[in-house]
Design a protein around this ligand. Structure first.
Ligand code: ATP
Ligand code: MG
Length: 590
């Protein structure tokens, strides 16, 4: 039962609902709910533990929304912990970017920690294991260790060094730490069971020698703890109640539990002394690891290694290329935190491995922007339309609603004049069947301005249409009786005299096949890049779009959702990125 408030005797309601929504129902939240209800935990604590060796990607967004989201929903706390146990792969630049990404997604951490904060505790814990007879220093080479390990069908063999005395092990471990041996000469291994059916339990390494300074802990270290050991103890130190991770760690759970139980930090306050010295508060507790399935999305690659290669080989324009599935890339593409959180909610949490269709990601963005993005008009492939019956100097200002359904978004002024830019493909001299747009002599509605007709098609020497000349029905202006007659199509436009020339980047999916990781036929994901994933055109936008602040999203009517580029957009030289088209154009192709 939830502990009741001793002052009032009232049991607090379990805060298990998503803000403003129905409670999220998944097996992890159910476990948390049960643990709070049974009184197993008075409060919960989670953590998000990225390795600072790359930028976060959309898969991490799932983990972040879960780790931080569960803590938030149940009134708990979530730490951000950098798993910086491998100095060879880390770059402090990533540490900054990861923090920025987590905050951008809308979360904040209770405490910012690094696994390296605990190096001293890990070393004391290792000595404790040695003294208990639960760890030994092994001199086998990496190749020999592999050989001794056995495989799925064959049990492993004990290392000849397994029987070393506690004194010898302690002495060797301290000398490993003191830098007496070269890289790879010795390891500290857990003494568990070389015949275990779970290979992770066949005397796994806890420490290895690596003569390399650490970016935070400094030059004082030349032994580094292995992931399973460091992670389990890090969770215990921080009092993590629910340690949420992806399914590939399921087979590591017995080792995780072994480390937590054998070291027993809760029962050995002496091991935590180095933390008090550093002023790091700690709440030793026994954490529980719970695994969920990774996020996979078709048409994407999500391994950090491949994302690094795409950038390194110049196949994309950097980590924040709007086609990248890094959070930095998605952000620059126009994905909003709300859209990503909606996506993660729609995907849900389970133990079932699956591949999510890319349209689910695009659909979440479309739904989010449809509800919240103001509307604007822009032309990406401009063709001049002259309304020859208007006076040369005709200029007026029309009032347009910013959103068809949300009045709170207000209205804006849209200049209208005799010469307009319209979309080249909204005109056809010889229309195909079912054509509802402009043809010579035909009528069309100009959004919010009246009904127009084309009388004359002006061409250059090559026969390319360079201008349309026509007529605006003076009786068809908005609000007039004549505006009500039935006309097939409605076109968007911008006033040529007022339009601002803009660079418009028409992005599409980075890969053209559903499974870019498929290496059949010796091909790699590099061979599956979509050659049409980026096309840059010169178009025009209305003044109220040019004015945008960087990262402002709009629906450009009839074209799609666009965002003012975070870095390159300027009101006098606008740059817009297409975030997503209005409809799924890939459904038929996939
Ligand atoms: P990659 O495999 O891309 O290199 P990683 O798992 O090594 O990623 P970490 O920095 O270790 O990256 O990940 C931090 C957290 O994010 C871990 O808890 C990990 O389980 C989680 N995570 C990583 N990728 C995904 C994914 N695709 N879906 C859900 N969670 C993920
Ligand atoms: Mg990892």
């Amino acid at each position: 039962m939830t502990p009741s408030d001793p002052a009032t005797g009232v049991r607090p309601a379990l805060p298990d609902a998503a803000p403003g929504g129905a409670p999220r129902q998944d097996f992890i939240r159910q476990i948390v709910r049960d643990d709070l209800a049974s009184g197993k935990h008075a409060a919960i604590r989670t953590r998000f533990p990225p390795e600072p060796n790359g930028y976060l990607h959309i898969g991490h967004a799932k983990a972040i929304c879960l780790d931080f989201g569960v803590a938030e929903e149940f009134g708990g706390l979530c730490n951000l912990r950098f798993d910086d146990t491998n100095p060879a792969r880390e770059d402090p630049a990533f540490v900054q970017a990861i923090q920025e990404d987590v905050r951008w997604l809308g979360f904040d951490w209770a405490e910012l920690r690094h696994a390296s904060d605990y190096f001293e505790v890990y070393a004391l814990a290792a000595e404790k294991l040695i003294r208990q007879g639960d760890a030994f220093v092994c001199d086998l080479t990496p190749e020999q260790i592999r050989e001794y390990r056995g495989n799925l069908t064959e049990p492993g063999r004990d290392s000849p060094f397994r029987g070393r005395s506690v004194e010898e092990n302690l002495d060797l471990f301290r000398r490993m730490r003191a830098g007496e041996f070269p890289d790879g000469a010795r390891t500290l291994r857990a003494k568990i069971d070389m015949a275990s059916g779970n290979i992770n339990l066949r005397d796994p390494a806890l420490y290895r020698i690596k003569h390399m300074p650490h970016p935070i802990a400094g030059a004082g270290w030349c032994i580094y703890p292995m992931y399973d050991f460091a992670h389990a103890l890090g969770d215990a130190i921080e009092g993590i109640t629910h340690s949420l991770c992806t399914l590939e760690f399921e087979d590591h759970r017995p080792l995780y539990d072994w480390c937590v139980d054998k070291v027993d930090l809760a029962g050995s306050p002496d091991l935590l002394a180095p933390l008090s010295a550093k002023g790091l508060p700690n709440v030793a507790a026994k954490p529980r690891q719970i695994e969920f399935s990774r996020l996979n999305i078709n048409f994407t690659v999500m391994s950090k290694r491949k994302l690094v290669a795409l950038v390194g080989e110049g196949l994309v324009d950097g980590w924040d290329d709007p086609r990248m599935y890094t959070l930095q890339g998605l952000r620059r593409r126009g994905y909003t935190p709300a859209a990503l959180r909606l996506f993660v909610d729609r995907v849900g949490i389970s133990k079932q491995n699956s591949v999510i269709d890319f349209s689910v990601l695009e659909g979440a963005l479309r739904d989010e922007l449809d509800a919240h993005a103001p509307r604007r008009m822009a032309v990406v492939d401009p063709l001049k339309l002259v309304l020859a019956n208007l006076p040369e100097d005709h200029v007026e200002t029309l009032a347009f609603a910013n959103h068809p359904k949300d009045e709170a978004l207000g209205t804006r002024e849209v200049p209208f004049s005799r010469e307009l830019w319209i979309e080249r493909d909204d005109f056809a001299e010889v229309p195909p069947k079912g054509w509802k747009r402009l043809v010579p002599g035909g009528e069309v509605r100009l959004r919010g301005a009246g009904i127009a007709r084309v009388d004359e098609v002006v061409k250059d020497a090559d026969g390319t249409v360079v201008e349309l000349r026509g007529w605006l029905d003076p009786e068809s202006r908005p609000g007039m009786e004549g505006a009500n007659r039935k006309v097939k199509g409605t076109l968007h436009w911008v006033s040529a005299a007022h339009a601002v020339a803009a660079e418009i980047r028409l992005y599409d999916r980075l890969f053209s096949v559903a499974d870019p990781d498929d290496e059949a036929g010796g091909r790699t994901y590099r061979d599956h890049l979509n050659p049409d994933s980026k096309r840059s055109v010169r178009g025009f936008v209305e003044p109220a779009a040019a004015d945008a602040a960087p990262e402002q999203s709009y629906q450009f009517e009839r074209l799609g959702y666009f965002v003012a580029d975070r870095h390159d957009h300027r009101p006098d030289a606008p740059v817009f990125n297409r975030s997503v088209s209005l409809r799924d154009t890939w459904a038929a192709k996939a």
